[in-house]
Design a protein around this ligand. Sequence first.
Ligand SMILES: C[S@@+](CC[C@H](N)C(=O)[O-])C[C@H]1O[C@@H](n2cnc3c(N)ncnc32)[C@H](O)[C@@H]1O
Length: 433
Amino acid sequence: MRYDILTIFPEFFESPFSFGILKKAQEKGLLDIQTHDIREHTEDKHKTVDDTPYGGGGGMLMKIAPLASAIEDIKSTSRKSLVVLTTPDGEKFSDKMARELAEYEQIIIICGRYEGVDERIRELYVDREISIGDYVLSGGENAASVIVESVSRFIPGVLGNALSPENDSFNQGLLEHPQYTRPEEFKESKVPDVLLSGNHGEIDEWRRKESIKRTFKKRPDMLDNAILKNEDIEVIKKLKETDSPTFKLYIALIHYPVYNNRFKIITTAFTNLDVHDIARSAVTYGVKSFYLVQPNLEQQKLVNRVLKHWTEGEGASFNKSRSEALNLVALRNTLEDVALEIEEIEGEKPVTIVTDARSADNMIGFEGLRELIFSEEQKPYLLLLGTGWGLAQEIMERADYRLKPVSGYTNYNHLSVRSAAAIILDRLLSCKI
Ligand SMILES: C[S@@+](CC[C@H](N)C(=O)[O-])C[C@H]1O[C@@H](n2cnc3c(N)ncnc32)[C@H](O)[C@@H]1O
């Protein structure tokens, strides 16, 4: 593999590639890493590589001509070659991408500086834009050395033992299992017995389980793409019982005060389907209670009859899982009653979040709310779902957060509350497997 790194600071690369695996791989002729000073491609006596951006604004941009000249000089026509731009708005660099890049014979990496490069560099020369993470560095040099080091691990012969990258984290979408070396005991901490047993079948099984466990705990997001066998799923089922993160989310379906289609405040009638479906979603995602807020006495009688049928009556013995779901439902007169009840259970007021199909200023996103719910503070959260034409303004104004509407790539936004509830719960509480 040949790497050509374009930079205004070639001296940066004097050390990162001069020891360890990368040094040996260069000595063996497996890697050829060249750095090129972009200033050598300037034509003025000051060797200027930056200029002010059209349209004004702060900062400078890298000029197009020196970069273009450097790329044209270096790009090989006889090799399978790729031009990479390091940039915070690129595709997030990953193990999968490193494997893909290892298939090339030449990688040209552009290290930006200042506010980045003239947009036309991307249009005319760049094949792939890569970010090494959601943060901004002052230059692309660190990103380039990260790319070179991780791609090189997938080039045959570089690691010596050809199997090594396959045993590392991210292979098959899982993190690596814990590793130990001598001594067997250190400060009363022992190496697991199975690793000393000499039984390779058991060792492999233990490693696989530990790998799944570590991924489940540290990076559950990876499990969605992981290549799993049926026995792995059984391991995950057990982990869900013993190692799941904790959170305190309550939900309430509000029948008063809500709007009708002329924006008058009304009390809506209860919908059997909503109660069943939202209750089933609530149990699936580990919601603590599903409150129905309904002040109308006639409606309350009806709700109680339905709930009784499924939790105590014939329905309870007929369908146990439905009974489990409806046991989570609690009927209350007002939202204030719900908030007080949660405060009594949890010892603190719940943080309230309202949902709406309409957009407004300063709404919280799903990822942000998910982080809050799972954060170490472990505050109780109460998510409010509206009926009719949505929650009344007075509820909206009192809430701590307003959640962004659920949306796809169309502007149609007329989901039923039970569908919206299922999607919202999935985005907030899904364990991604
Ligand atoms: C100060 S940054 C430019 C930031 C740019 N104005 C923006 O807001 O997206 C200068 C250079 O550092 C490199 N860089 C900064 N952060 C990076 C990241 N997360 N991944 C890859 N390269 C990065 C890029 O080469 C970039 O052109």
